[in-house]
Write a protein that binds this ligand. Sequence first.
Ligand code: PEP
Ligand code: MN
Length: 287
Amino acid sequence: MESNNYNDPSVIGGCSVPVRVNRKSKPDLTIVDLPGIRIGSSDVVIIAGPCAVENNEQLSETVKAVKTAGAAMLRGGAFKPRSSPYNFQGLGEEGVRMMRDISRESGLPFVTEVMDTRQVGFVAEYADMLQVGSRNMQNYPLLKEVGMTRKPVLLKRGMMATIEEFLLAAEYIMNQGNEQIVLCERGIRTFEPTTRNTLDLSAVPMLKHLSHLPVIVDPSHGTGHRWMVPTMSKAAVAAGCDGLIIEVHYKPEEALCDGHQSLSPEEFARLMVDLRKIAQAVGREIY
Ligand code: PEP
Ligand code: MN
């Protein structure tokens, strides 16, 4: 008798899961190794920092605050994919060097975005993890290029990508031999205008069901509202994510980029206290 595939995790609603990212292809879940941190372990990793590196004071004050509150890793964009060409585009190479310096000083590893194949060599020399942003999730030459490095990759879901397309993008990276990939749900475009994106928290259990890769959530871009970030962060941890990437700015009202969705140091510190309780309730700990 032919078996039906109702319970086959590789075929759900017509979504077919590519072979290398498929949970069935690997008995153990993938753990992504960064200096002092393992993403995909039983601990939940909190990555925090500014949307964009702006200057030394902004970076050092923000990093001091997130480290004190207990973040395990830093974020900070230097090559920024801005919707308008007239907006702040980031500090480029200088920003990457500033991230490297503050990372050494604080002892926290960092992730920063690469937008172009020509930036990969430089950024991979400095950063602990390469971010491929939402707008570039289907930039196949870029996926191949980061796949050729041996640096961990933070792959953000395209704002109009299905789960299948998201997994296929990860497969491109894996096909080059780089298996150190973290998937990031950051919200998708829907008909709903009150939030910047619709944060698809159902993607967390679905991706973990279909794939062996760790899954983290970005509640900042996922909502676009500072006041919603704590609620959706807690919901994401309850939903089983392996980490969060949260925008924090020492003076959100003065931020050159995404201040409206960035937490202040006080808000972030309060959130960390609550996240520890939620993590404990679901049998995990905050790194
Ligand atoms: C970011 O994390 O800085 C960013 C630009 O996010 P996304 O690619 O998800 O829009
Ligand atoms: Mn941002």
